[in-house]
Ligand binder design. Sequence first.
Ligand code: NAP
Length: 243
Amino acid sequence: MAAKMAVVTGASSGIGAASARALAAEGWHVVVGARRMDRLEALAEEIGGTALPLDVTDAASVATFCDAIPACDLLLNNAGGALGTASIAESDDDEWQRMWEMNVMGTLRVTRALLPKLIESGDGQVITIGSIAAREPYRGGGGYNASKHAVAALTRVLRIELLGQPVRVSEIDPGMVETEFSVVRFGGDEAKAAKVYEGCTPMQAQDIAEAVAWVASRPSHVNIDQILMLARDQTSAQVVHRE
Ligand code: NAP
């Protein structure tokens, strides 16, 4: 029997790459998308998947990506991230717009384009990586909070609108995970990014990937609606125990 097809956006690093590996290990054929093709191609070779270029902020790129995928049983909406930690008073329009495009419009475009194939599969699944920032506003979180709250709203509306169709919709909201997330957020400043994880034990990408694989492997009649996953050392967005 042909392997079921999973599509993972933002698979060139962090949670996306780990999830692609975890799904492949469970027998899925995984199509991995992102902008950094060198990394994607190495990953696709490692897991026996397919690498395709994808910029979720570019409607034409999303259309080309989705058209190249013959069938889709599972979509993992993972591409995204945060830019900066400016207060609302000091906020930067460009950062807000880029986060909105990457997190909200990106998720919307890819989901909408793959929906007919997910329905056609007869047993489709959409899993979206949200964030604790989708549930809890925090100081300096402005644009990221707004965009991840919107991603959560989109995901929950989709779940309602697909009632009666053979497609499940799930949201996994992680707290602190040690990936390239903070390096990107701080514009490449590795020392500043390292401070985020200093003195505590954050989750690793693999931890979230295991949750993705678990959600993906529930029986068809079970929909895991939402999961909030935090490190033991974190109880809310800005409450972290450090040694
Ligand atoms: P990461 O290591 O920085 O990975 C982000 C991924 O998104 C990369 O593969 C990147 O690939 C891709 N991406 C960014 N912009 C893109 C675009 N325009 N088009 C296509 N792909 C794009 O960070 P991560 O922690 O794994 O983040 C994955 C998801 O988890 C994000 O949605 C993030 O908001 C969420 N999250 C992370 C944390 C955390 O603490 N790490 C917590 C909660 C939620 P390219 O740059 O190659 O395109």
